[in-house]
Design a protein. Structure first.
Length: 94
């Protein structure tokens, strides 16, 4: 699958933004959260995602999904990592 195909598929599923994230080797991102729903596909490298004290090791082809405001931490492998992430942002209130 290429990025455009992934983006089209995710937009058809209601995600409003799809981006490629590239992480440098051995990057550590301490616990944080996002206001959006995220669904991602690992395309290069490896990462460890920790949610609720449980760590998952993700390799190319692996996926993860995070609901809005869910605390999580990330750690990237010795070669870094690249993933494509679809985001469903909260609707603006009028």
């Amino acid at each position: 699958m290429d990025f455009d195909t992934y983006a089209d598929t995710m937009k058809k599923q209601g995600f409003d933004q799809v981006v490629e994230r590239v992480w440098k080797p051995a990057t550590v991102v301490e616990e944080h959260s996002h206001p959006f729903h995220a669904r991602a596909l690992i395309v290069q490298g490896e990462m460890w995602l920790t949610v609720d004290g449980r760590t998952e090791h993700l390799l190319p082809g692996g996926t993860f999904e995070l609901t809005p405001n869910l605390p999580h931490a990330e750690r990237y492998g010795p070669d870094g990592a690249t993933y494509w992430v679809a985001r469903r942002n909260p609707k603006a209130r009028n």
